[in-house]
Design a protein around this ligand. Structure first.
Ligand SMILES: [Zn+2]
Length: 263
């Protein structure tokens, strides 16, 4: 039987937590209420590579109660140029396990679950259902669509990011919000966007840090209900020329994943 984490029970912040997270609590927009939301949240991070590294580090440092990290890949020497959660000592180890090792040194007070597997189908659905939010840090198109389908089916918010060469992008999907678009509304499965993994094309190292940090920020904001998130807005970053731009997008009423089936 495979292990499946569940949503965490409500906890209040003790004195140590109040001190540890004080620089967040000091922010009016966060306060004790916001930190309590983080300290009770369960985040599923799919992929512990270039994007997953900063995502997991920031979520762990912010005190997310439970982090489930899924990755079936093994740390390779060529990963260390950008996958900052891994070290030379972890080359040859599973990425989820290596990430858990680093994260537990950063924050021993949270629950970190490392799953060395490639979750698909019912298993993926089970993991997504157990989480409050999913952060997609995978490196391929098919998995992104599978994660999207699981998030729409379970009405779980999804923070999506991608980075290759000098180009990065991120957005947020939240099917709890009526009329909110999903990943398929933005990128159809038979579209032009074929896989372009870093192994083939290369990637500018700090770019994955920037996109991953922005993904972590969006995840924290969704969990706390803070400010305006990137629902319906795709942010694109050109690291070559240091330019951010934004593209707005809407739900496709004929979307086979989130649209009205009768439309
Ligand atoms: Zn859709």
């Amino acid at each position: 039987m495979t292990f499946c984490p569940t949503r965490t029970a409500k906890i209040d912040l003790d004195d140590a937590a109040l001190l540890r997270y004080s620089r967040h609590i000091l922010l009016d927009e966060i306060g004790i209420e916001g930190q309590t939301a983080l300290s009770n949240a369960h985040v599923l991070v799919i992929g512990a590579g270039g994007l997953g590294s900063p995502v997991a580090l920031y979520l762990a440092s912010a005190g997310i109660a439970t982090l489930t990290i899924v990755d079936d890949d093994v740390v390779d020497l060529t990963n260390l140029q950008r996958q900052i959660i891994h070290t030379e000592a972890s080359v040859g180890s599973n990425k989820a396990e290596s990430a858990k090792h680093s994260l537990s040194q950063l924050n021993s007070q949270i629950n970190i679950i490392a799953l060395a597997e490639r979750a698909t189908g019912e298993r993926l659905l089970e993991l997504v259902r157990a989480a409050d939010i999913v952060v997609d840090c995978c490196d391929n198109f098919a998995t992104r669509h599978a994660i999207n389908r699981a998030c729409v089916a379970t009405k779980t918010p999804l923070v999506s990011g991608a980075a290759v060469r000098f180009d990065g992008q991120l957005t947020v999907f939240d099917s709890r919000v009526a009329g909110a678009p999903c990943y398929h509304c933005l990128f159809s499965e038979d579209g032009e966007d074929s896989d372009s993994p870093c192994a083939t094309f290369g990637v500018f190292a700090p770019l994955v840090g920037m996109i991953g940090a922005a993904q972590a920020a969006e995840a924290l904001k969704v969990l706390m209900g803070l400010g305006e998130t990137l629902i319906g807005r795709l942010q694109l970053f050109d690291a070559r020329n240091s330019r951010w731009r934004e593209m707005k997008y809407k739900q496709d009423p004929h979307c086979p994943v989130c649209g009205d089936a009768d439309a």
